[in-house]
Design a protein around this ligand. Sequence first.
Ligand code: GDP
Ligand code: MN
Length: 380
Amino acid sequence: MKIHEYQAKALFKEYNIRTVDGVVATTPDEAVATARQMGLPVVLKAQVHVGGRGKAGGVKVVREAAQVAPTAKQILGLTIKGLPVRKVLVTPAVNIGKEVYLSLLIDRGKRKAVFIGCAEGGIEIEVTAKQSPEKILRCEVAAKDLARLDPGVLADFAEKLFPETGQADATAELMCRMGRLFAEKDASLIEINPLITDDQGQVIALDAKVLLDDNALFRHPELLTLRDLDSEDADELAAKEVGLSFIRLDGSIGCMVNGAGLAMATMDTIKHFGGAPANFLDVGGSSDPKKVVHAFKMILKDTEVRVILVNIFGGITRCDDIAKGLLASLKEFEVKVPIVIRLVGTNEAEGRALLEGTPLISAETLEAGATKAAEIGGRS
Ligand code: GDP
Ligand code: MN
């Protein structure tokens, strides 16, 4: 589960991780009142469940009283990566000395928790990881020790972020607190980008991102109340309502698959052949043609989609029902991108017969379908 920055900062506070206190505003007037109380300059920050808000114009330092209302209005009018901004966090602006990157997550391959750091902060860590992987620092710790880390074992890592002794110590302490928060709240990620020193040399978490493990939420009723349905991807929620599991990804190949396992195998196969899936979509075990039409609608909303791969293994799902759904979709809206389809299993022959004469590109195997889709969608 994603939570907002202001909620993550409240958790930080609970764990004595130094941040900047803020107040959430939902209207320009509220922002003005808060800024007046806080004193200028302030930072207005869009509260949406995506990164890169700064780049999208969602984080603004405001120095003049007259600019608070128009800036708040502008940010509240933004839609960032598909999510409308409904809240802005107003915080006192801090004078930044140095910005670094710090996060804590689980490395499943190594079965360890790992702190990731980079002495250059405020950046997109994925870009740095690709372009200068030597700049990415790692510090592995046993997951079972997370709640009781010894700052001593974190000292070298902390010193690479902030060489000055007092700051390195403060950073190691902060990492111990991150560990405890991570373990006690069943987080799957804590990211501080940037972690800064201010003009007095204090180490402060200027931004806060916390992901919580959905499967552990039953243990934390207090965290469940942090869920903001308004802020979850509208398409993903709409999909849930009609019985589809849909998760947006950033590739170019739209996927329509029946069954979560097959959907994952399909995404892996697409990747294996060099393509990039635009979504995970499980139309479920039943084969209501209406669901297929819905699924198409969701996929086609994404303007990045250049090809759709339909991979159906008919068991309970009947191939002819899927074919009917496809035909209905083709009739209902203009599908401008090519559709590659692999359709096998129950009522396969009937399904294929229905699709004869349509422009669908038929594939005998998943490998062939994924290869074709990657060819059309572009290899990443
Ligand atoms: P993100 O773009 O969604 O990651 O939002 P951040 O909270 O990380 O803010 C983006 C950038 O805005 C930071 O890297 C800082 O450079 C800048 N910023 C945010 N808060 C302040 C502040 O209080 N003072 C100053 N000077 N810059 C800030
Ligand atoms: Mn940030």
